[in-house]
Design a binder for this molecule. Sequence first.
Ligand code: DCP
Length: 451
Amino acid sequence: MYWPTVSHSMSELQSCSGKRKQMSAQCHGPRLSKVNLFTLLSLWMELFPKEEPEDINQNDFVSLTYSTRGTGLVVVRDQRVVGLHCSGPELHVGQVAVIRHGPRLAASDLYFSRRPCATCLKMLINAGVSRISFWPGDPEMSLLAVRPNGTDSISQEAMLDAIASEKLKSNSQPHISVVVQPVAPGLQQFVEETSGNFCMEPYFSNLRQNMRELVGVLASVAASVPLLQHGFYRKDSQPATSEQPQPQGVSQEIARHCIVQARLLAYRTEDPKVGVGAVIWAEGKSGGCDGTGRLYLVGCGYNAYPVGSEYGQYPQMDTKQQDRQRRKYRYIIHAEQNALTFRSEEIREEENTMLFVTKCPCDECVPLIRGAGIKQIYTTDLDSGKDKGDISYLRFHSLQGVLKFIGHYSDFEKHMSKKDAQGPCSSMLNALGMLQRHEGCRLARENKLQC
Ligand SMILES: Nc1ccn([C@H]2C[C@H](O)[C@@H](COP(=O)(O)OP(=O)(O)OP(=O)(O)O)O2)c(=O)n1
């Protein structure tokens, strides 16, 4: 079974401590493991804002939006996020994935925010996915809920669904590992009922604690981007012309949602000083089957050293007084660069493609963003106009042909800098620190060390 705990790989932790001995550079702070990132993104996708009818009172918005019990799903291929989905008005999120990815689902890993139903499961197993993991919340019951039956028939349906799920699980290929048990009936029952092609996670006693801490991380990140009182405002460098009508921006709620995704990604940074995350979404021409409506993910990334590097292979220093050769800037791949390089969808000229990035694009990235055909940027301009020597932010202001929406959060960007961590960010780091400590204990136990 693949369980969503923080899982810094042994080599990750070792290279980190090894580096401490070899170099005076600071070690990067606690990082989200990939699995935790995927898990949190799937939970956050449950809350993807739905388009609401216009006559809804603004005060009702939060409760209406957040009371929707969708299911979130993250599709991962080769350890990279290639799809962020949530269930639509008619389709479960597993069905959405089949429609959107089709044969490309083969060999993918799927992270559900709830137990997938038997209908989704059979199609996903048939598509040849490698692994299905899910957060042990309630089963996805939304289709059952709309059936005009009484409560008894719903529970009977749920029981039949559970039986079918078990059968699908036991008949599936050995390389498919499905986690199909909500935590509600209790840990004991959970351990008793798991068998067959489940591989046992030895630390079930930490299950609830892990869940609580992970949800705490998500809540802290979400809380650090305020909802309605601030927001993203358009900053035009070029007025719209009648020949070239400019696309409207997404709603504040969607912008905020995507920036929170970017901020979650930023906690995978390899930069010891500042984490940056970027997500690219596009607006399709036709309405989609997804709970995201016409929006679909194009790509996402965070700042890190080139793929395949061992931690510590490149300079980490960023203190301006240090020898320039020892600084990181020439080696780090920026969040936008990773999002563009590893995108899973093409950027289509006729569609509105939007970049959400937690830090102002630098001069290296501005021409890439424009050249790639991005139409809108949602970011902060805190660094705009600055020349820091090895990295400068002079071109963003005069960037033409891309609509800029600037987040008006006083310390929006500052929070992403670990040296300045305060308030919600420091509670996030505390939560991450707890997770890392927990994981450190696990690794220590595995190596028969005193924890
Ligand atoms: N849009 C951006 C902007 C920056 N970065 C990354 C590249 C580096 O990893 C780091 C550099 O950020 P800063 O400009 O904040 O650099 P420092 O924190 O080192 O500088 P200072 O202390 O002067 O603020 O951020 C990124 O991925 N995407």
